[in-house]
Design a protein around this ligand. Sequence first.
Ligand SMILES: C[S@@+](CC[C@H](N)C(=O)[O-])C[C@H]1O[C@@H](n2cnc3c(N)ncnc32)[C@H](O)[C@@H]1O
Length: 200
Amino acid sequence: MTDARQYAPSAHRNRDLIRDQLASHWPASGTVLEIASGSGEHVVHLAPTAPHLTFQPTDPSAEARASIDAWVKASALCKIHPALELDVTAEEWPIQQASMVLCCNMIHIAPWEATLGLMRGAGRVLTSGGKIWLYGPFIREGVETAEGNINFDVKLKGMDPRYGIRRLEDVADVAAGEGIGAPEVIEMPANNCLVSFARN
Ligand SMILES: C[S@@+](CC[C@H](N)C(=O)[O-])C[C@H]1O[C@@H](n2cnc3c(N)ncnc32)[C@H](O)[C@@H]1O
């Protein structure tokens, strides 16, 4: 039998760092909606640390969803639902309510429309006070952009001119238009940030 599990080296590097930061920020109850779950390595690493919550992984890619489900099966964790197909730019999302939305490493590897769709959807599904968390690199006003991120931005734009590291202020403007509050930034290693925005 073939094993659909994919391995993302970056997810292995950052999963402990993300888990440690989120440890004191999980919502009291409800569902964590993960956007762009990719290989599924994050959700199986995070879910055991918040056993009071249900996790809903998603990805538009069928291969990614097969990998997520294979990781969940191998981990024998019961509070992770089967991966759902979700492209954030879709008008309808397959889930109506979440107490937290988590999206790692997606908005810079997708066209800007994905950021618009992500915030529009988060504004719809997040319960009041629920937060959307983004992990990845950002360009920030008043913060010198690290050389590694400047080079990464060039590489992303080479892959697709619509990709690129986003200005946090632009993302915050989009969030504000969807009833989501100002960002709170946690600095992370390797020029990344974990950024949270609370639903008003
Ligand atoms: C670099 S991977 C990140 C995967 C995982 N979150 C991680 O950090 O390892 C980017 C993911 O974004 C997903 N993606 C791209 N465009 C998307 C969209 N419009 N809506 C939802 N997910 C999208 C891709 O399918 C892919 O799984």
